[in-house]
Design a protein around this ligand. Structure first.
Ligand code: COI
Length: 392
């Protein structure tokens, strides 16, 4: 079903393998930071290298009832940048950070984030999924937001260190994953509207289960035609922190009306599908799977990209194009994709008072794509694409 790994391995992935080797050597040297007091954590701390040892803090986790709430894992990673130079990053205990009241991120929203997951295999090894893609997307976003960005190797090394330092927070196989949240923010002080003079790259993590309270049950979406997520020429195509707070009002209104989440339309014609608040959208009709094209207002999701490839491998015709909302009337299935969301079935969409229902369940294409993706991500299905990387 899948193409040979050699065809899809990029230069980035070769760099990644190198960085894993470098990272392993680094980790084996015991160069981790260990603090006895959680309250002592701040960006000001100096990390003293010491042997890393587990504590008991994850022992009482109820792994069967993980949702998407924050359960901060023990360690976070911090790397600062001044004059376009990222200094050596370090791990410290998860805790509050010090930020200037006049920082670029607090005043002007100069910030980006990423979302990734580490899974635990039956043999105890941890797996990361396509971290090079997140690293590259952060670089694209940083360029748009006038920020310097870590190199691909620096990004992957930081993520790897964070995952390994928090290994005990990675749920047992089949129970969830460790959600890893890299952030790049303008942390330096600024008053006039300009790029900040200093940046902080930060990575923290939390064990998670299903994103939606519905679990794996079908979502009921509400099509929003008053609020929009992005505009042409804006920053909707990158993972800017400023893209997310503006949709909270639409989400809360939809939830108050009993819906799971919101499906946004384009802000120019107010008739074409864009994305859901935290994920991309796909529709299936016969053998054709369509998803809105990434033309600047839609996030180029890594799960979106992976599902496009998996669906193509299965023989579906996959189209990235403009999708008028009216096409929902004809769709057999609709589903959402995202790192947090994975692949979530949509049972209904309500638009201007009309509720349209879609096929879901064990025999759906959505379920098949979900199983394949999660199988690869968790190491249960052989990864012929070079998407997954074991770290130890
Ligand atoms: C992710 O899927 O990782 C995201 O960034 C979505 C976020 C709003 C939870």
């Amino acid at each position: 079903m899948m193409r040979p790994a050699t065809m899809i391995r990029s230069a980035c992935l070769r760099n990644f393998s190198q960085s894993l080797r470098v990272g392993s050597a680094f980790l084996k040297s015991g160069d981790f930071c260990r603090y006895t007091s959680q309250a002592a954590a701040s960006l000001q701390q100096v990390c003293e290298p010491s042997a890393y040892s587990d504590d008991e803090s994850a022992d009482h986790m109820d792994w069967d009832n993980l949702g998407f709430g924050l359960t901060p894992a023990d360690y976070m990673y911090t790397m600062k940048c001044s004059n376009d130079y990222f200094e050596k990053g370090r791990l410290s205990r998860y805790g509050k950070i010090e930020l200037s009241p006049s920082s670029g991120v607090l005043n002007y929203g100069q910030g980006l984030f990423e979302g990734m997951k580490a899974y635990r295999k039956e043999d105890g090894q941890l797996i990361l999924f396509r971290p090079d893609q997140n690293a590259t997307r952060l670089q694209t976003g940083a360029e748009r937001m006038c920020m310097p960005s870590p190199s691909i190797d620096q990004f992957i090394d930081a993520v790897k260190q964070t995952a390994l330092a928090n290994k005990r927070w990675v749920p047992p196989p089949g129970k969830g994953s460790l959600y890893i949240r890299p952030l790049l923010v303008g942390s330096g002080p600024i008053l006039g509207l300009a790029p900040a003079p200093e940046y902080t790259f930060l990575v923290f993590a939390s064990p998670v289960g299903n994103y939606f309270k519905e679990g794996l049950a079908p979502l009921n979406l509400y099509v929003e035609d008053e609020f929009h997520r992005a505009t042409p020429g804006g920053a909707g195509g990158v993972k800017a922190i400023s893209n997310y707070a503006p949709v909270l009002k639409a989400i809360s209104r939809a939830k108050n009306r009993g819906f799971s989440d919101v499906l946004y339309l384009d802000s120019v014609n107010k008739k074409n599908l864009e994305e859901v608040s935290s994920c991309n959208i796909f529709i299936l009709k016969g053998n054709i799977i369509s998803t809105p094209a990434t033309s600047g207002t839609i996030l180029a999701g890594i799960t979106r990209k992976s599902i496009i490839e998996i669906a193509s491998d299965y023989g579906f015709q996959v189209e990235e194009r403009t999708i008028p909302v009216d096409e929902l009337l004809e769709a057999d299935e609709v589903f959402c994709t995202g790192t947090a969301v994975v692949v979530a079935p949509v049972g209904s969409i309500t638009y201007r008072g009309k509720r349209i229902e879609f096929k879901t369940g064990a025999q759906s294409v959505c379920r098949e794509l979900y199983s394949t993706l999660v199988g690869i991500q968790t190491g249960l299905i052989k990864d012929n694409k070079g998407w997954t990387f074991e770290i130890n």
